[in-house]
Design a protein around this ligand. Structure first.
Ligand code: NAD
Ligand code: UGA
Length: 429
């Protein structure tokens, strides 16, 4: 099938590359020239495991191309995926100006029947607005269908998540669109949920908010564990073995970050308010998340008493491992707090240093974790990269001024760390 992807960010590029790999002919459109120039040079502008190789393969096999010209994309494609960003406004509401702009542009360039698929994460009832917009700008009254097809991939495992997704959600209002969408995804072996457009939109906000709620729940429990002497890992294991609960997304830490959970929980709260239902449960999820990183900062300050002028090493900057994404990374709040207290911050991350330099141009960046540990008064673990789990702890202890590790991701066993001679603080145990 001839498919067009508009917006080549994390979602659009991964979707475009994977749909090409499945045999479709895909044109990816982006209006960011810098990004476009990288893509046509065969360079993926983000770090996402496996993506660059797959992109180059599909370009070479002529199933994948890039353009900045939306008209070209719309004219030659039967199905058009909107994958642009939907960032938060100051009040938490989703900013849909990019989606609206694309809807207008698509409408202007339609010359034959099109299926217009919203893959961006949007509040319920956005499909209605997109349909109205397209009707308004579609001067030649070309026939079209609107589909909601939310995306569930995670950064860091986006390619694998796309091919091995738990489900494909297709929100439609007629059989023709359903048939075309089923054909797009036919090569993927996953349950397909066909539903109405509003329910599909809600499935996305509900899923992300539920996962965020699991994280806030376990973080709240971690605080109870710390105060009572229980161990949150044991509690999560015991709860998680109940199949109705499940162990995943019960890792206590420093709160959820990234470009999606914070923004989607806020947007869901906002749309619920607009619909006349105050979703207070989600407001608490947000509040617990905001508090969690502050409690971690307090733990650092309590352990070191005074941080002024101390060399403090930060291991991990990205909001999660296997990505270079710094959007809403908890490391930002932690480093800000340390700098406010005049600490000397050194940092290492396997992928996110370049993106962090835009946020903190003046901290010291190191080429490996040992350089961070050298002469440090304390090490702070912020992102659970595999590389940190296999550190030579003897070496680390010897090169630090004081063997203090404050671990926001629970990557080490506390009694092992004690044996290695560390003062080791972690979360909820
Ligand atoms: P992103 O910011 O990485 O990418 C968006 C892209 O759209 C950018 O490259 C931008 O230049 C382009 N764009 C914006 N307006 C355009 C226009 N008028 N014409 C052409 N291109 C345009 O965003 P993302 O992380 O890929 O997220 C996209 C959407 O998918 C969001 O709604 C997000 O919530 C949702 N989502 C993201 C993830 C994720 O892991 N990042 C997962 C699931 C869903
Ligand atoms: C999340 C969802 O998992 C995807 O299904 C969804 O498509 C995506 O948001 C989106 O809509 O954009 P992502 O943000 O890439 O994916 O990463 P996650 O693995 O979900 O992690 C999000 C945050 O939660 C990270 O900061 C992570 O450290 C934190 N987290 C996750 C925890 O603190 N504990 C956990 O147990 C799991």
């Amino acid at each position: 099938m001839n498919l067009c992807i508009i917006g080549t960010g994390y979602v659009g590029l991964v979707t475009g590359v994977c749909l090409a790999e499945l045999g479709h002919s895909v044109i990816c459109i982006d209006n960011n020239e810098e990004k476009y120039n990288k893509l046509i040079a065969g360079v993926v502008p983000i770090y996402e495991p496996g993506l660059e190789e797959l992109m180059r393969k599909n370009v070479a096999e002529k199933r994948l191309s890039f353009s900045m010209n939306i008209q070209e994309g719309v004219e030659q494609s039967q199905v058009i995926f909107i994958c642009v960003n939907t960032p938060p406004k100051d009040d938490g509401q989703a900013d849909l100006t990019y989606v609206e702009k694309v809807a207008r542009e698509v409408a202007t360039h339609m010359t034959s029947h099109k299926v217009i698929v919203d893959k961006s994460t949007v509040p319920v009832k956005t499909g209605e607005k997109v349909a109205e917009t397209i009707k308004r700008y579609n001067k030649h009254k070309i026939d079209f269908d609107i589909v909601s097809n939310p995306e569930f991939l995670r950064e860091g495992s986006a390619v694998e998540d796309t091919f091995k997704t738990d489900r494909i959600v297709i929100g439609v209002d007629n059989k023709r669109a359903e048939k075309i969408m089923r054909e797009v995804y036919a090569p993927i072996n996953a349950p397909v949920i066909v539903t109405d457009i509003k329910s599909a939109e809600l499935i996305k906000h509900a899923s992300n908010s539920f996962l965020a709620m699991k994280i806030s729940f376990i973080n709240a429990l971690a605080n109870i564990c710390e105060r009572s002497g229980a161990n949150v890992e044991e509690v999560a294991l015991g709860m998680g073995l109940d199949r109705r609960i499940g162990r995943s997304f019960l890792n206590a830490g420093i709160g959820y970050g990234g470009s999606c959970f914070p923004k989607d929980v806020a947007a869901f709260i906002k749309i619920s308010d607009e619909l006349g239902y105050g979703f207070n449960l989600l407001k608490e999820v947000e509040a617990i998340n905001a508090e969690q990183v502050q409690l971690f900062i307090k733990k650092i300050e309590e352990t070191l008493w005074v941080v002024k002028d101390k060399k403090i090493g930060v291991l991990g900057l990205a909001f999660k491992p296997n990505t270079d994404d710094m959007r809403n990374a908890p490391s930002i709040k932690i480093i800000e707090a340390l700098l406010k207290e005049s600490a000397h911050v050194t940092a290492y991350d396997p992928q996110a240093i370049e993106n962090t330099k835009h946020i903190f141009p003046d901290i010291e960046y190191c080429n490996d974790p040992y350089a961070v540990a050298q002469d440090a008064e304390a090490l702070i673990i912020v992102t659970e990269w595999d590389e940190f789990k296999t550190l030579d702890l003897e070496k680390v202890r010897k090169i630090m001024v004081h063997p203090i590790i404050i671990d926001g991701r629970n990557i080490f066993n506390p009694s092992d760390m004690e044996k290695h001679g560390f003062i080791y603080k972690s979360i909820g145990r």
